[in-house]
Design a protein around this ligand. Structure first.
Ligand code: FNR
Length: 743
């Protein structure tokens, strides 16, 4: 049963001076399409649509039009928030009885629909439009459709109007709220005081009976210093709509699309994201993704919300938009209002150059880089990227990347093993300029380094493995794609370059065969089978954190790449480990390896070998390369540092079987040490993820180019013209060294 108080937003009318410019801004940047037009002797209007949102832009042609005075007083702004109701006459009578001032009496329009207009707050009015609030008509009264001229709907990212933020003069908050309760049957649903420094404001939320229309009404508290609400009232010339909030189904997609089209958003201090993990356990989206886009997060009893505010392009700074995604939450992000206002204040006090009129609306930090940059600028060693990544990632993701198994003895041993080794440099070799270029398992490489396979990179950055692959191509090094990647192999090989596909052994043997074919078809240059994970090592950090994948990150090659046990968050359980336990075959044997060798003509790399006897057997079965690795200290805690086994393994396999090393490589000198001990090259693990977390593809590229520079320097200082020259170096400090004297 429809009641006169069952309102929804029919359309929002903006009074504008320049109709073409305003519609170009909303269509070009915000993705609205022009769906209708209306004109009369004293005004012309466009109807803009997106999702269930209808905006009307009206330019007055004569001073007689009531909107002309509004534009003179305020500049462009919201003049009418039209509300649909099934019973215009009933709603009108009830409003007038509740104290509303009639602007236009109820009347039937030529198209047969009833309308009436009454006052709202300040000089903003409400046109009541006869409509079924649940199924509104396509056009407001008086508009004709522009079907032929409508743009496509493919890039629509905004769904509906969530709420209007209304600023009123001091002392007017209570009367305004009472008015909506009396005249329109709205309910007061939320109220609070927000204080930031010496400024404060009171806010109350009123909503129509079925939540179809929502106003957050704000007044400044006069005891504090004049703040942004005072600024709005001064520059706008009285009360009015400060911003309109649009609801999006997926804020990350929406904000990315809007940014791409040129919408500018307010930025948020990095400190906000550093504290985010303590404040909120995200149910959706990745912290790095939210930080990159500057999206704010808040939580109430009912769930979470994500929001962001656009930079005002209004000459007076008095109108902007909000994009909001609700995941159950019913409030309006008051926790964020403090953060937002702090950000704005920081900018206001930090910049003297803004015109006073511009300083009133929230303003962005325009000079903040899009990607968080490490503290040392530019980074001088790979560790600098770790700092930046730690700031960008949640504790849970950081621990997943950094952590090892057990008491992390092996994780630490990888570093002590490498640190113990000393290079004996050669001098006066008088060769031409040093090159780092080489060949790795049949592929050209700009240096003897490949990116190690690492699972679920979209946890670290929204572009995940695609960003890493693009950076590896730019750096000219092979990229090993984990079978547990969050992007499918076909999307990664798109970038070209050398991609190696890493396989784990699955219980479903058929699925392994299918993945081999898929990797071949996608153009991978080698298969890398990881043999040190009959089950996942016990990783205490992940267990304590109850590590689980968020929605939106999944193993792209398993099942249909959708929800799995890895998403099943439970305290004290690593859902990611549980998932691998469910999928991985615990009993990979040499026969399996032999069958795999027969199944593919691609070069085969066996990763995760520490015992020379296993290396010899893998080589005898036709492995083209072995990776001496303890999985970065993530599997058997107490296992030997991989570098300590390198010389023996080099000796155990024929020359034709290449030997790669990983676990603990952190610098160019580490690479030289590995080469001197007989490796053809190394795999780089965590530092790649530090770059990814710190700055996406750019961050990974910076990590790889810094490593190349360090390597060039180390080779030159060691008297080597190229990586092959390093094989002839003697090293000291390691009794097992191949050329080995301890000097
Ligand atoms: C890994 N590693 C890994 N190895 C593998 O064969 N398949 C995989 O899916 C993963 N996943 C994975 C995730 C993360 C977050 C890390 C840090 C590591 C191990 C990786 O390939 C490599 O052996 C080590 O990372 C090398 O050690 P460093 O360089 O990280 O010390």
């Amino acid at each position: 049963m429809k009641t006169p108080h069952d309102f929804s937003v029919s359309y929002v009318e903006f009074n504008v001076r320049d109709l073409d410019a305003a519609s170009a801004e909303l269509t070009g940047r915000y993705g609205f399409r022009i769906a209708g037009r209306a004109s009369s002797a004293d005004a012309e209007s466009f109807l803009l649509r997106q999702g269930r949102i209808s905006l009307v832009l009206t330019r007055t042609l004569s001073e007689a039009h009531p909107a002309a005075a509004r534009v003179r007083a305020h500049g462009d702004g919201v003049g009418d928030i039209a509300m649909s109701t099934a019973d215009v006459e009933g709603a009108f009578r009830a409003a007038v009885a509740g104290g509303a001032r009639p602007v236009t009496e109820p009347h039937r329009r030529p198209d047969g629909r009833m309308t009436a207009t009454i006052n709202g707050f300040g000089d903003v009015v409400h046109t009541l439009v006869e409509d079924d609030p649940a199924r509104p008509a396509a056009l407001p009264p008086g508009f004709t459709a522009l079907d032929g001229e409508e743009r496509g709907r493919a890039d629509e990212v905004l769904e509906e109007i969530d709420h209007f933020a209304v600023c009123v003069e001091p002392g007017q908050l209570r009367p305004t709220v009472d008015y909506y309760v009396r005249a329109f049957g709205f309910q007061l649903t939320f109220e609070e005081r927000i204080s930031v420094g010496a400024q404060a404001m009171d806010s109350k939320v009123v909503q129509s009976a079925s939540d179809g229309v929502t106003f957050t009404v704000i007044e400044p508290v006069t005891t504090g210093e004049p703040g942004q609400i005072d600024g709005f009232l001064k520059n706008h010339g009285g009360p009015g709509v400060q911003h309109v909030a649009f609801r999006a189904a997926d804020i990350v997609t929406a904000v990315s699309a809007l940014r791409d089209r040129g919408v500018e958003f307010l930025s948020t201090p990095d400190a906000y994201y550093r504290r985010l993990a303590d404040r909120i356990q995200l149910s959706r989206h990745l912290p790095g993704e939210l930080q990159r886009l500057n999206v704010l997060v808040d939580e109430d009893h009912d769930g979470q919300l994500f929001q962001i505010f656009t930079r005002s392009t209004h000459p007076r700074g008095t109108l902007f938009f909000e994009v909001i995604e609700r995941l159950g939450a019913r409030t309006f992000g008051s926790g964020n209002i403090t953060a937002l206002y702090e950000a704005v204040e920081a900018e206001r006090t930090g910049s003297q150059s803004q015109a006073p009129a511009e300083a009133t609306g929230p303003r962005p930090h325009t000079d903040r880089p899009t990607n968080p940059v490490p503290h040392t600028d530019p980074p001088v060693c790979l560790g600098d990227f770790a700092e930046a990544a730690a700031a960008a990632l949640s504790q849970e993701v950081w621990d997943f990347v950094e952590g090892g198994s057990g008491t992390e003895l092996t994780l630490a041993a990888n570093r002590t093993g490498l640190d113990r080794i000393r290079i004996v440099p050669r001098v006066l070799s008088g060769g031409p300029e040093c090159t780092t270029a080489t060949r790795l398992v049949g592929a050209e490489a700009s240096m003897p380094v490949a990116v190690a396979p690492m699972a679920y990179q979209r946890l670290v950055h929204p572009e995940g493995e695609r960003a890493t692959a693009a950076a590896a191509v730019a750096a000219g090094v092979p990229f090993a794609l984990s079978m547990l990647s969050s992007e499918p192999v076909e999307k990664v090989t798109e970038f070209g370059g050398t991609v190696w596909f890493q396989l784990y052994w699955l219980r479903d043997r058929g699925a392994v065969g299918e993945l081999v074919r898929r990797a071949e078809d996608a153009g991978c240059a080698a298969l890398m089978v990881t043999v040190d994970v009959p089950r996942m090592g016990r990783r205490p950090r992940d267990i304590r954190n109850g590590l689980a994948l968020p929605a939106g990150v999944a193993a792209a090659h398993l099942g249909r790449g959708g929800r799995s046990l890895a998403h099943d968050r439970r305290p004290g359980v690593s859902a990611v480990a549980e998932h691998t336990g469910e999928m991985f075959a615990p009993a990979l044997s040499w026969d399996d390896l032999a069958r795999l060798r027969e199944e593919t003509r691609l070069p085969l790399i066996v990763k995760g070998i520490l015992d020379p006897r296993d290396a010899a057997r893998a080589a005898a079965l036709g492995a083209d390369a072995v990776v001496v690795s303890n999985h970065g200290g993530r599997q058997l805690d107490g296992a030997v540092a991989s570098v300590d086994m390198l010389p023996e393994i080099r000796d155990a396999v024929p020359e034709s079987c290449r030997v790669l090393l990983d676990s603990g490589i952190r610098s160019g000198t580490d690479v030289v040490k590995a080469l001197a001990l007989g490796a053809t090259g190394v795999l780089l693990g965590r530092p790649v993820l530090w770059g990814l977390g710190a700055g996406g593809a750019d961050g990974v590229r910076d990590v790889l180019s810094l490593l190349a520079e360090e390597l060039r320097c180390a080779l030159t200082l060691a008297g080597c013209g190229d990586p092959a020259g390093a094989h002839e170096l003697r090293i000291a400090g390691d009794p097992g060294a191949r050329n080995g004297a301890v000097v």
